[in-house]
Design a protein around this ligand. Structure first.
Ligand code: SD4
Length: 335
């Protein structure tokens, strides 16, 4: 289903802020299964990711199976989406800001509580790999803009033009009206957030995005902000977000979920509570935007929840790859 058709169908289409653009593969969508709201504890390792990202999750899973670390699994998995030019919300081919610049945000966090992040990174496809290098090779957590880019070149990353013909065309079409209301993304592909647990139960997470399409120059979302877009506490669990970053940042969503799990909530309950925090704020415009979370706890239980219908989580556990349709605060219209 093409985005245009999707929009025609969607009662949300006219409403509000958009979450980038992506194409939905109908066949894949038809294959998705409605999952129970909570998943039971199963064996390790496991990998989960936001949206329908089977290829990325499979790559991460295989990395673990082949003896790679959870950190390698996360990096390799995220790199699949970053390199996919058809995915217009991550890495190469991402939709640009309103000035035509593709700027990437990414972060990674390991099971020792180390983390690395890049914000407003231009000209380099694999933002997740640069984030990993910030974590491993610098005394810092976060590098921004030209500093991040300069660091990446200094360690061998190559300069690339990230604006593909398709994204350039979409931007040029957008410029005609320049209306800053891209679309609530309730399709099956977007910013990738990924959590992996190795066979010993050690957790690593990553998140990578080109952020909101046609954002203001300089805008940074939640995805590279440790605690908002991603948080890992190896004693407790981990969470990662997708959706309108501003709302995630305002509630420090991923950290909140981990802390709720620490207090005894299941990953599912914690994701629901974090969404509730957003929708229950005074004058919340939650009908106009999407936010979704996925989470895992130390027992290998997973949870996922969104404001709007249409979100899904991809999971590889127990040798089984599944795309699981998420429950949502706003229920889908009854057919
Ligand atoms: C952002 N959270 O930059 C990202 C975008 C996203 O689904 O996740 N879109 O706000």
């Amino acid at each position: 289903m093409k985005r245009r058709n999707f929009l025609k169908r969607s009662s949300l289409a006219g409403l509000g802020i958009a979450m980038g653009s992506s194409l939905t593969n109908c066949t894949e969508k038809e294959e998705t299964k409605k999952a129970p709201t909570n998943t039971k504890s199963l064996s390790l390792p496991l990998v989960i990711g936001t949206w329908n990202v089977k290829r990325a999750i499979t790559t991460a899973w295989e990395t673990l199976q082949n003896g790679g670390s959870a950190l390698d699994a996360i990096e390799q998995g995220c790199m699949i989406e970053e390199a996919d030019e058809n995915n217009q919300t991550v890495g190469k081919g991402g939709l640009p800001d309103r000035d035509g610049n593709v700027t990437l945000d990414a972060c990674i966090m390991d099971s020792n509580g180390n983390c690395g992040s890049v914000v407003y990174l231009k000209n380099i496809t694999h933002a997740i790999s640069v984030a990993r290098k910030v974590m491993e090779d610098t005394p810092h957590v976060m590098l921004a803009g030209s500093g991040a880019e300069k660091f990446a070149y200094s360690i061998g990353f190559k300069k690339e033009d990230l604006l593909t013909e398709a994204s350039k065309k979409a931007w040029e079409e957008w410029k005609i009206k320049s209306e800053y209301k891209p679309i609530i993304n309730i399709e099956n592909h977007d910013t990738i957030g990924m959590l992996a647990m190795d066979k010993d139960g050690n957790i690593v997470g990553g998140c990578t995005t080109s952020g909101l399409a046609y954002k203001m120059a300089g805008r940074v979302g939640d995805s590279p902000i440790i605690g908002s877009g991603l948080y890992v506490d190896n004693e407790v669990g981990a969470a990662v977000a997708t959706g309108l970053g501003e709302e995630v940042v305002k509630t420090v969503g991923s950290f909140l979920i981990v802390e709720l799990m620490r207090q005894g909530k299941s990953p599912q309950e914690a994701c629901e509570e974090a969404v509730n925090r957003i929708v229950s704020k005074p004058n919340s415009k939650y009908k106009d935007f999407q936010v979704a979370y996925i989470a895992v706890n130390k027992k290998g239980e997973t949870g996922y929840y969104a404001i709007h219908d249409g979100f899904s989580m991809t999971k590889y556990q127990d040798g089984k790859l599944e795309n699981l349709v998420s429950d949502s605060y706003i229920k889908p219209p009854q057919k």
